[in-house]
Design a protein around this ligand. Structure first.
Ligand code: GLN
Length: 534
C-alpha cells in the first residue's frame, strides 16, 4: 500500500456549519473509490472527553465500541461510512494536556521547560498521525472542532501547519466557511470567507480546497472571485447548500468533484467516478417515503442534538419501512397523571429516552405506565428501560417505592441498583460501564427473532442495572428478561411479550445504526408503530 494521505478539515466564520457531515461525506466518497479510510476529530475544549458534559453544551455523547465517550460527529462518521471508530478517533485539549503532564511527572522530558510549542503541538501531531501509522488506512481524515480564530484551537492549527510541511504532497487542508446572503441587498457576501482564509494564512496554513456553506446558489463568478482572493484553484471552490437530508451531501460533493479534486491535489490518479448505488437507492427510497409515522420521544432535553443518534436511527428505520418518521419531543417534566393522555396523544409509537439524574423521571414512569396499559409500541433505551422496570415494579408488582438507587438510595425496592463494580468509584469521568458487550437472547423471544441470532453485541453507557434479586418476580408477572450478559448475567433487555411491542434495552442500539445497515430493533419498532397506526 502507498503512503497514508491526510486530509484536514477546518472551519471558519461560524460554528454548526456541518464540518462533521462534510468530513463524513469525504470519507464516504473515498471509500466508494475502494480506499480504506478513517475519520478522527480533535476538539479544542479542556474536558478530557464529552462524557461529563451536559448535552446542552455539545449535544449527545457518542460511545465507541471500545468504550470511549466521544463527540457526536463520530456518530456521523460511522453512520455515513459504516466504519467503527475507537478511542483513537477523538482527542481533546484536555486529553492531550493530561498526557503531556503525565510524561512531565514521569520525568520523560529530561528537565526541559514544557511549552505549548513544541510539547503540546508534538503531542497533537503524534495523535493526529497515530491511526495512519497503523498502516490500515489509505486516508486519515482529521476534523478540527471549533472555528479558526478561537484561542483554544491555535495549537491544533499550528500542528496542522507543521504536518502539512512534513507530509508535503501527502496532506491537504479543506476549509469550510459560510457565505451569508444579505436579503436587503439581495447579495451573497464573500468577505467573511476571505477574512477566515486570511486568518488561516496568518497561521501559516494555505487551504487547498474551500467548501462554502450557503443558503443560495453561488454562481461561477462568485466562486472565481473567492478562488482568486484566497489562492485556491476555481475547481477547488465547492458549495454546500442546505439539503433536504444530510445524506444528500455526499452526492452534492461528488457532483462538484470534491473527491476528484482531493485526489488531484494529492497527486493521485483520479479514475472513474463511483456510482454510489446502494447510497442512491437509500435516498430514492427515502424520498418516495412520504407517509408520516409519528414517534413521541419522552425525554427531558428539548434539543435535537441531545438525542442525535436516536433521531437518525429512527429516521433510517423509517426509510427502510417506506415511511417518513416524524419525531415529536415530549417533555417528561410536563407529564403527570392528569396530563399524560393529552401529552402522549396522537403518536404511533414512543421512545422513552436515556438520561441521568432525577429531573423528569416521574414523567417517564407515568408515560411508561400509560404506554403499557394502552398497549402502545414502546421502546425504552437505557434510563428509559430502567423507568419501564420501575413502573412495572410499582404498578404491577405492588412495590410502591420501587426506584433506582440513582434517584433514591434508601428505597426498600431497589429494582435498579448500582452495579457491583461501580460501588467504589469516586471519579465521574469515563468510569461508567462503557462500550460494546455481548448479550445472549432468549430462544423464542421477540428480540431473538428480530436480531435473527443468539449472541449480539451492543454499546453501553450506564452505572446502574436491573437488580437480579427481583428477576424471578418480574418474569412471573410478565416482564421477561430476554437478553442477558453471558459473563456477568446482567439483564440487558426486558420485554412484555403479551404486549404488541414493549421492549427496554439497557444498551444503546442507536449508536450502531447506519445508513446502509439500519438497526434491527429500530426497524422492527417502526414497523410496530406502522401496524399500530393502521
Ligand atoms: N442514568 C442511568 C445509569 O447510569 C442511565 C444512563 C443512560 O440512560 N445512558 O444507569
Amino acid at each position: 500500500m502507498s503512503e497514508t494521505k491526510y486530509i484536514f478539515v477546518t472551519g471558519g466564520v461560524a460554528s454548526s456549519l456541518g464540518k462533521g457531515i462534510i468530513a463524513a461525506s469525504i470519507g464516504k466518497l473515498l471509500q466508494a473509490r475502494g480506499f480504506n479510510i478513517t475519520i478522527q476529530k480533535f476538539d479544542p475544549y479542556i474536558n478530557i472527553d464529552p462524557g461529563t458534559l451536559n448535552p446542552y453544551e455539545h449535544g449527545e455523547c457518542y460511545v465507541t465500541d471500545d468504550g470511549q465517550e466521544t463527540d457526536l460527529d463520530l456518530g456521523h462518521y460511522e453512520r455515513f461510512t459504516g466504519i467503527k471508530t475507537t478511542r483513537y478517533n477523538n482527542f481533546t485539549t484536555g486529553k492531550i494536556y493530561q498526557s503531556v503532564i503525565d510524561k512531565e511527572r514521569r520525568g520523560d522530558y529530561l528537565g526541559k521547560t514544557i511549552q505549548v510549542i513544541p510539547h503540546i503541538t508534538d503531542e497533537i501531531k503524534r495523535d493526529m498521525l497515530y491511526l495512519g501509522k497503523t498502516k490500515k488506512y489509505d486516508f486519515v481524515i482529521t476534523e478540527i472542532g471549533g472555528t479558526v480564530g478561537d484561542i483554544e484551537g491555535q495549537p491544533f492549527l499550528e500542528a496542522i501547519r507543521q504536518l502539512k510541511w512534513d507530509l508535503g504532497k501527502n496532506a491537504v487542508c479543506i476549509h469550510l466557511t459560510y457565505v451569508p446572503y444579505l436579503a436587503a441587498a439581495g447579495e451573497l457576501k464573500t468577505k467573511p470567507t476571505q477574512h477566515s482564509v486570511k486568518e488561516l494564512q496568518s497561521l501559516g496554513i494555505q487551504p487547498d480546497i474551500l467548501v462554502l456553506r450557503a443558503e443560495h446558489e453561488l454562481g461561477t463568478g462568485l466562486r472565481r472571485k473567492i478562488a482568486a482572493f484566497c489562492n485556491v484553484s476555481p475547481e477547488a471552490v465547492v458549495q454546500s447548500l442546505d439539503q433536504p437530508t444530510i445524506y444528500e451531501v455526499p452526492l452534492r460533493m461528488q457532483e462538484q468533484g470534491l473527491d476528484a479534486t482531493i485526489l488531484r491535489k494529492l497527486d493521485m490518479p483520479v479514475g472513474e467516478t463511483p456510482g454510489l448505488g446502494p447510497w442512491r437507492s437509500f435516498l430514492d427510497r427515502r424520498h418516495k417515503a412520504t407517509e408520516i409515522i409519528n414517534i413521541g420521544l419522552v425525554g427531558k432535553y428539548d434539543l435535537q442534538d441531545a438525542y442525535k443518534s436516536i433521531l437518525e436511527a429512527l429516521s433510517q428505520a423509517g426509510t427502510y419501512n417506506d415511511r417518513k418518521v416524524k419525531c415529536h419531543f415530549i417533555n417528561s417534566e410536563k407529564i403527570d397523571n392528569t396530563t399524560v393522555a393529552d401529552k402522549l396523544a396522537g403518536m404511533d409509537g414512543y421512545v422513552i429516552c436515556p438520561g441521568f439524574g432525577q429531573r423528569g423521571i416521574e414523567g417517564k414512569i407515568i408515560a411508561a405506565q400509560y404506554c403499557r396499559e394502552h398497549n402502545k409500541p414502546t421502546f425504552g433505551i437505557c434510563l428509559g428501560m430502567q423507568m419501564m422496570v420501575i413502573e412495572f415494579g410499582r404498578n404491577v408488582l405492588g412495590y410502591s417505592d420501587a426506584n433506582s438507587v440513582e434517584m433514591d438510595n434508601k428505597t426498600a425496592h431497589n429494582v435498579i441498583d448500582l452495579m457491583e463494580d461501580q460501588k467504589n468509584i469516586t471519579n465521574m469521568g469515563g468510569t461508567m460501564r462503557l462500550g460494546g458487550y455481548e448479550c445472549t437472547l432468549r430462544e423464542g423471544s421477540r428480540v431473538r427473532e428480530i436480531y435473527g441470532k443468539e449472541i449480539i453485541r451492543e454499546r453501553h453507557r450506564h452505572r446502574y442495572e436491573f437488580n437480579n434479586d427481583y428477576r424471578a418476580a418480574y418474569e412471573q408477572a410478565g416482564m421477561e428478561c430476554v437478553g442477558t450478559n453471558p459473563d456477568t448475567d446482567l439483564v440487558e433487555i426486558v420485554e412484555i411479550p403479551t404486549l404488541t411491542w414493549y421492549v427496554g434495552t439497557q444498551f444503546h442500539p442507536e449508536y450502531s445504526s447506519t445508513v446502509l445497515k439500519p438497526h434491527p430493533l429500530f426497524l422492527d419498532f417502526v414497523k410496530a408503530a406502522i401496524e399500530n397506526k393502521k
